[in-house]
Design a protein around this ligand. Structure first.
Ligand code: MNH
Length: 459
């Protein structure tokens, strides 16, 4: 009466590696879900991964009493720079609990509200750039929104100006980050013997890691030499003590968490804003509705903190973007004890690697209907969001290891996107553009180019 978890045909030694899509992992996983359904097993170089593709299964493993976060595969590679920092810590590492207790209050809604002016500072740099370049300029939105997200998290968390808007090419920190994270994924799919022989690739990966660690270390040292009054995250980490143990954080742990914020805090947000830009241009009637709401609430004035709670359509558009294109597309969990999934149907061992495929299960037709693949913010309005089955929408992960930056990201994305849509009419450079994807650890639109026309000058 138990069922075997289906597995695609495997080769000796390498197992199912050939089914993975190196360039676009989520695509390989999604194709397998179409073929194998709610659950399947992959053997990746002897490491078994069980992939979960429905709301029902995602909900079942979203349970802190029975499952813990799995720091395996690419996340394990990211540990090379962020170690036992919040995002990549293993469950039993004491620095996780200390940093968690110390930083939770620093990331709550009230604390994030005080970051509004720093967020606006960076946001205005983007608006000014698009305005000055004018309607003929070809914009790579992922590029500029990455500048926004990276500079915002650096300014808000460590009062540090990366000044990404003052460099022509991708800022060096962002370039290192993107390549480092991409390589982390590929490393997790390579046999260790092959990996050891790729000396050039390894040297590049290590030098990207060193560059980022050096930046974070420099920021910490500068702060220690020249202390400031401001209550930013860096000062919290330097001077607060854990209420439970009385312990503070060591310099090493602070550097790992600074890197954690920079890693976890920029690609996800910038990807979300890029996807939202795409969906708004692709759906002009939704763009118009959003512009109307923004004009009505703001009356031509800049966005203020208290406006953000008065724009339900904006909230719905962000939620729907995160449903269709969750920029953190998957997460791993491990059962604490031997257990069964799907009402006793599938047996899984303690410590097994379970992959919650958010990208796929967010489009579960059982929950969203036959048009699950389409963009309809109306699904998120008028109490429908609140009435969803549990964990049907889970772009920020779950429970104790869920996203600590959620209020931060929400405020940033609301401010930036409301400001862009208030100021500009947006269009594709290629009117026939359809969404394509690229992926490092997170997912973003690929080859999306747009134009921004200031609205008061529109013909
Ligand atoms: Mn964030 C964990 C998604 C923005 C800092 N984040 C997670 C997880 C998801 C996630 C999913 C859980 C991962 C896992 O289970 O392995 N995060 C997002 C998304 C956005 C985002 C979709 C933006 C949109 N995150 C941010 C921002 C910051 C941040 C901004 C920092 C300022 N996130 C974190 C940290 C963790 C995390 C830190 C790890 C928390 C922990 O395990 O204690």
């Amino acid at each position: 009466f138990h069922s075997q978890i289906p597995q695609p045909p495997a080769l000796p030694f390498i197992g199912n590696v050939t089914y993975l899509d190196r360039e676009l992992p989520i695509q390989g996983f999604a194709l397998l879900a179409q073929q194998y359904g709610e659950i399947y097993l992959l053997d990746i170089l002897g490491r078994k991964v069980i992939v979960l593709n429905t709301q029902e299964l995602a909900n079942e493993v979203s349970n802190d009493a029975k499952f813990r976060k799995g720091v395996i595969g690419s996340l394990d590679e990211v540990r090379y720079i962020s170690g036992d920092g919040l995002f990549t810590a293993r469950e039993d590492e004491p620095n996780w609990a200390i940093a968690h207790r110390l930083l939770m209050p620093a990331f709550n809604t009230m604390a994030v509200r005080d970051m509004m002016e720093d967020m606006r500072d960076i946001c205005s740099q983007l608006l000014l750039k698009w305005e000055r370049f004018g309607p003929d300029h070809v914009i790579d939105p992922s590029d500029d929104l990455t500048r926004v997200a990276l500079d915002t998290i650096a300014l808000c968390s460590m009062s540090y100006r990366l000044n990404s808007f003052y460099t022509e090419n991708q800022p060096p920190f962002a370039a290192s980050m993107t390549e480092f994270l991409r390589e982390c994924y590929i490393r997790s799919t390579r046999p260790s013997l092959v990996q050891a022989l790729m000396t050039g690739t390894n040297a590049k990966w290590e030098s990207d890691a060193k560059f980022m660690t050096d930046v974070a270390t420099r920021i910490l040292n500068e702060r220690k030499e020249k202390p400031i009054e401001k209550k930013d995250l860096l000062n919290t980490m330097l001077y607060s003590k854990d209420p439970k143990t009385g312990q503070g954080l060591s310099d090493d742990t602070i550097v790992k968490n600074l890197l954690t914020f920079l890693i976890a805090g920029h690609e996800t947000s910038s990807g979300l804003m890029s996807f939202m830009t795409y969906y708004l241009i692709k759906n002009p009637e939704i763009m118009r509705k959003l512009q109307n709401e923004i004009d009505e609430v703001l009356g031509g004035q800049p966005v203020q903190y208290q406006d953000l709670s008065k724009m339900p359509y904006l909230t719905a558009v962000i939620r729907e973007t995160l449903r269709l294109s969750p920029t953190a597309p998957m997460r791993m969990v491990q059962p604490l004890e031997d257990t069964y999934l799907a009402n006793g149907k599938y047996f899984v061992k303690a410590g097994a690697s379970l992959l919650v495929n958010t990208w796929v299960y967010h489009k579960d037709p059982k929950i969203w209907g036959e048009d699950a693949q389409e963009f309809h913010p109306e699904r998120m309005l008028n109490g429908k969001f609140e009435a969803l089955p549990p964990q049907a929408w889970q772009p920020f992960g779950f429970g104790i290891r869920g996203c600590i930056g959620r209020p931060f990201a929400w405020q940033e994305v609301s401010l930036v996107m409301a400001s862009i849509v208030q100021k500009f009419d947006l269009s594709f450079v290629d009117p026939t553009y359809n969404l394509e994807l690229k992926q490092a650890l997170t997912v973003k639109p690929k080859d999306l180019f747009i134009r921004a026309t200031p609205r008061n000058q529109a013909p």
